[in-house]
Design a protein around this ligand. Structure first.
Ligand SMILES: NC(=O)c1ccc[n+]([C@@H]2O[C@H](COP(=O)([O-])OP(=O)(O)OC[C@H]3O[C@@H](n4cnc5c(N)ncnc54)[C@H](O)[C@@H]3O)[C@@H](O)[C@H]2O)c1
Length: 356
């Protein structure tokens, strides 16, 4: 008898059965859904929750993330990747104890190129994720951002500061999407009694950032390692503060397990000018790159420094990884990426330029 090959099951059917299997395999375990789990921060969170004994569902449409970030987790019984856009209907059968909503383009280059997707994931995506949290009685944590403070007129920025955002400028798509997401999260908390947490993340860095994502740190490191000029915007006097990813993940873990529904800043208050930061990268890499200056992008914040008094007092949290240590670890990761570029020149994206 001739056997007719069966068409492959549609992705959604395959995903449904994968979800069912994941549920059956991990029946006795706590389960967490991490949206944006294939991104820089999301992939570190997947690892942390697995190490804490959770079964993890990582949901991502790979618009800015990469399977490279999570491929080492494939094959684990307690880990499942779902290729899905969170702005569409989300179905997850069975128990869910927590939802961490990290899906969103996050670097200035990304959200300037993906303005509609950024607004949609902050609004529709947050709504869908909150609806699921309500249905599952799961704790919900929103990845918000220091960009909620816009170009701040208060320095450093405490959570009580309402910000100085230009809603119709190019960065407004990201800032307003996150501000809307915060408002929606508080509404689900107040109106539906969902256990919600909001973290306002300040610039975070570490392995698995993309070399060409347009953020200052990977751009400087890539340029320094390739021997290209380091591009500083404006005169470089604008300040930033950089938090190492492991410190951030610890803060997220503590906030999720706390009782605090109001927004909480997590970031490293050690502030430096972008010019000093560029010099530090040149020194660490031993590069001969010169530093060049270009026009400052519109609405680029002039200062950025978290006030972490609240995180210290309610979470007992503070950064533990100093900049030199964090930069060395990140540099080791980027060395491999720059070497890959040399081996595969076609893979090299246009030289990265920092925008924030
Ligand atoms: N890295 C930082 O310094 C920083 C600072 C403030 C806030 N945040 C927030 O943290 C989160 C993660 O940032 P990141 O730096 O890891 O960025 P990232 O781009 O590496 O990760 C974001 C992930 O979300 C996914 N995604 C985007 N839209 C989606 C959609 N509609 N459906 C499913 N997946 C989608 C992307 O594919 C990507 O994997 C974002 O919400 C960002 O706003 C990050």
């Amino acid at each position: 008898m001739e056997i007719t090959p069966q068409p492959a099951a549609p992705a959604s059917l395959r995903q449904r059965s994968a979800l069912r299997d994941h549920l059956i395999r991990n029946q006795s375990m706590k389960r967490v859904l991490i949206t944006g789990g294939a991104g820089f921060l999301g992939s570190h969170l997947c690892e942390r929750f697995l190490s804490e004994g959770y079964a993890v569902i990582c949901m991502d449409n790979l618009i800015t993330g990469s399977l490279d970030n999570i491929e080492h987790l494939f094959g684990r019984e307690d880990f499942l990747f779902m290729n899905q856009d969170v702005t569409e209907f989300i179905h997850v059968p069975g128990r869910l104890d927590a939802i961490l909503h990290f899906a969103s383009p996050a670097s200035p280059i990304d959200y300037l190129e993906l303005p509609i997707q950024t607004l949609k994931v902050g609004s529709l995506g947050t709504h869908k994720a909150l609806g699921l949290a309500k249905a599952k009685n799961a704790r919900f944590l929103l990845a918000s951002t220091s960009e909620c403070y816009g170009d701040p007129l208060v320095h450093p920025q405490p959570e009580s500061y309402w910000g100085n955002v230009n809603p119709v400028g190019p960065r407004g798509v990201y800032d307003e999407a996150k501000r809307f997401a915060e408002a929606m999260t508080m509404a689900y908390h107040r109106f539906h009694d969902v256990q919600t947490r909001i973290i306002r993340i300040f610039n975070t860095y570490g392995p698995r950032m993309r070399l060409n994502d347009g953020r200052a740190l990977p751009a400087f490191m890539g340029q320094a390692m390739r021997g290209e000029p380091i591009t500083v915007f404006g005169d470089g006097s604008q300040t930033r503060s950089f938090c190492y990813v492991d410190d951030l993940v610890e803060g997220i873990w503590r906030l999720l397990n706390s009782d605090e529904p109001e927004p909480t800043n997590i970031g490293n208050p050690a502030e430096m000018t972008i010019l000093d930061f560029a010099k530090k990268v040149v020194e660490l890499t031993g590069s001969a790159s010169e530093i060049i200056f270009k026009d400052l992008p519109m609405d680029d914040p002039k200062v950025r420094q978290p006030d972490i008094t609240k995180a210290k007092s309610i979470l007992g949290w503070g950064p533990t990884v100093d900049l030199d240590t964090g930069l060395r670890r990140t540099l080791d990761y980027f060395r491999g990426k720059v070497a890959d570029e040399r081996d595969q020149p076609a893979a090299k994206a246009a030289s990265a330029v920092p925008k924030g």
